[in-house]
Design a protein around this ligand. Structure first.
Ligand code: NIG
Ligand code: FE
Length: 402
C-alpha cells in the first residue's frame, strides 16, 4: 500500500516542529508495517506504481492512528436521568452515595445480555474508528463480580474484530458493591485473590486499574489491588485525585504504574513524584467538562516535572458520555491550555507508551502501519473544530478499515 499526495505529521518531532512534519509525503506499507516514509521526490517512482493499493490524501494530512488509552465503552443503559438530577443541584458524589452513579450502570450492565453489551459497544467503537482511532483501551468496572467483570472484558476483547487493537483493563475496584458495604476488605480480597488471577490467567486483561477516591477505594486498598495486578503480570494504572487529593498520583508513581489518570486535585508533590517515576498523566478533559467541578489538573507542575501529558476521552455513561476523540483534543486545549501539538502527541505517541505499545503512535519506518488520513490544511485543525471531524481514511496494521 502507498499513501501519497499530502503531508505527514509524524509526531516524531520536537522543538520548532513538534508535529514532525514531512511536506509532500509518501508512505509505503509492507506486511502491516511502515516500510518507507519521506518526501515524495526521494522515492523511486516504481515503488508507488507497483503498490497494490494507493490512498490519495488529496492534499490533506496523514497522522498516526489515534490511541484512546482510557475508555469505559462497555456498559448497559445510560445515565441521562442522573445528569438531569445533577443539573437540578445534586452532586456526583451525593448521587454515588445514594447508590446511583457507577452502581446504577452496574445494575444496567448486569441486566444486559452479552449480545446487547456487545452491540452497543460496537456502535461506540465504530464511531471512534470513524474519527481516526486505531487503538483503544477498554476497562471493565461495571460488573463488580467475577462473572460480570470477566464478561465485560470478553466483550471488549471481541471488539478487536473491527480491525483495531483493543487493550483491556480490569477495573473491578471501581465502586464497592452494596453487598460488601460492611466488608470492604472482603471485596478487595475478591478482586486480588479471584478476579485478578482469573483475568490474568485467561489472558482477558492487559492492565489493572482502581478508583482511588473518597467515594471509591482508599490509598491502601488501591495499593493492594495494583500490587496484586503487577504480581500477576499486568501493568498498572490508577484513577487518581479526580474529586479530591488522596495522594493517588504519588501512589501510582511509587508503585511504578504506567499512568495516573484524571489528576484534577493532584498536588505539586504528586506531579513531582510522577515525573521522577516516569509515570504519565492521562488527562480526561471530557470528565472535567461534563462534571463541571472547576478544579483543573496542575498542568504547569506536570510540565515542569516532565510528566508526559496524555489525552483520552474517558468515554463512559456517567462522567464523559462521548465517543469523539477529537473533542477530547479540543477540550484539552480549550479547558486545560495544552497546545494542539501537545494534545495530538498525547493521543498518539505518548498514549501508545501508556499502553506499552511502543510499536505505534509515530510514523516511522518499522512501526506498525496505523494511520489516520484527514481532509485538513494543517494538523492543528484536529484539535480546532469543536465537535471533531471524521477521518477520510483509517488504516490499521496496513489494512484499510475506513
Ligand atoms: O473515569 N472516575 C471513575 N470512573 C469513571 C466514571 C465512571 C462513571 O461515573 O460511570 C471516570 O470518570
Ligand atoms: Fe475513567
Amino acid at each position: 500500500m502507498a499513501v501519497v499526495n499530502g503531508h505527514g505529521a509524524t509526531m516524531a518531532g520536537a522543538g520548532a516542529d513538534p508535529y514532525g512534519t514531512i511536506r509532500d509525503v509518501t508512505i509505503l506499507i509492507r506486511e502491516g508495517v511502515i516500510d518507507w516514509i519521506g518526501p515524495a521526490n526521494l522515492i523511486p517512482v516504481d515503488a508507488v506504481s507497483s503498490a497494490r493499493e494507493v490512498v490519495d490524501l488529496g492534499g490533506g494530512w496523514v497522522t498516526p492512528g489515534l490511541v484512546d488509552c482510557h475508555t469505559h465503552i462497555v456498559f448497559g443503559g445510560n445515565r441521562a436521568r442522573e445528569w438531569e438530577r445533577r443539573l437540578e443541584g445534586v452532586s456526583y458524589q451525593q448521587i454515588a452515595r445514594e447508590g446511583g452513579g457507577i452502581l446504577s450502570s452496574v445494575l444496567a450492565t448486569r441486566n444486559a445480555t452479552t449480545d446487547q453489551l456487545e452491540t452497543e459497544a460496537r456502535v461506540r467503537l465504530n464511531r471512534m474508528i470513524d474519527h481516526g482511532v486505531t487503538t483503544v483501551e477498554i476497562k471493565s468496572g461495571y460488573g463488580l463480580d467475577l462473572q460480570n467483570e470477566m464478561r465485560m472484558l470478553e466483550v471488549a476483547r471481541g471488539l478487536s474484530d473491527l480491525g483495531v487493537t483493543v487493550s483491556t483493563t480490569l477495573l473491578a475496584a471501581h465502586a464497592l458493591p452494596p453487598k460488601y458495604a460492611k466488608n470492604r476488605g472482603g471485596y478487595v480480597d475478591l478482586v486480588c485473590e479471584e478476579m485478578i488471577p482469573f483475568a490474568a490467567g485467561a489472558g482477558l486483561a492487559d492492565s489493572v486499574d482502581a478508583f482511588c477516591e473518597g467515594i471509591a477505594f482508599t490509598v491502601n486498598e488501591c495499593e493492594r489491588v495494583l500490587l496484586a495486578g503487577i504480581e500477576h503480570g499486568l501493568s498498572a494504572r490508577l484513577h487518581a485525585d479526580q474529586l479530591s487529593d488522596l495522594g493517588g498520583a504519588a501512589l501510582a508513581a511509587r508503585l511504578g504504574a504506567r499512568s495516573a489518570d484524571h489528576l484534577e486535585y493532584t498536588s505539586e508533590a504528586g506531579a513531582e513524584a510522577m515525573g521522577e517515576a516516569g509515570c504519565a498523566a492521562v488527562l480526561l478533559p471530557g470528565a472535567f467538562y461534563f462534571l463541571g467541578d472547576g478544579q483543573k489538573p496542575p498542568i504547569d507542575a506536570l510540565r515542569k516535572h516532565d510528566v508526559p501529558l496524555v489525552v483520552a476521552t474517558d468515554a463512559n455513561p456517567g462522567s464523559s458520555p462521548t465517543v469523539q476523540p477529537l473533542v477530547a483534543l479540543n477540550q484539552a486545549c480549550v479547558l486545560f491550555g495544552l497546545t494542539p501539538a501537545e494534545a495530538i502527541a498525547g493521543m498518539t505517541r505518548l498514549a501508545a507508551g501508556v499502553l506499552g505499545l511502543e510499536d505505534r503512535g509515530v510514523l516511522e519506518v518499522g512501526r506498525r502501519a496505523d494511520l489516520a488520513c484527514w481532509n485538513i490544511g494543517e494538523p492543528a485543525e484536529l484539535a480546532y473544530w469543536v465537535g471533531g471531524l471524521p477521518a477520510q481514511a483509517v488504516i490499521s496494521g496496513g489494512r484499510r478499515i475506513r
